[in-house]
Design a protein around this ligand. Structure first.
Ligand SMILES: [Zn+2]
Length: 72
């Protein structure tokens, strides 16, 4: 399943299967979407993470930490 690695406003990395903007360029991402961060356990504004700036280990850990739900 294709998942998008995202970063919450607090800097936590996790992934979601339902992020709708994964094919857009960085200039079009905008303010992000509200997603319930599994680390914060509350809604956070999250944007797609820049995978080029992450290590493979960070990406793998984010992919194992999937957002339980997608909102807004
Ligand atoms: Zn968080």
């Amino acid at each position: 399943m294709e998942r998008t690695v995202v970063r919450c406003a607090e800097g936590h990395l996790f992934s979601t299967a339902t992020f709708p903007m994964q094919n857009l360029g960085a200039g079009r991402i905008g303010p992000g979407r509200l997603i319930r961060c599994p680390r914060c356990a509350r809604l956070r504004s999250a944007v797609p993470a820049d995978l080029a700036a992450l290590s493979g280990d960070q990406i793998q850990r984010a992919l194992r930490r999937e957002a339980a739900e997608f909102l807004a």
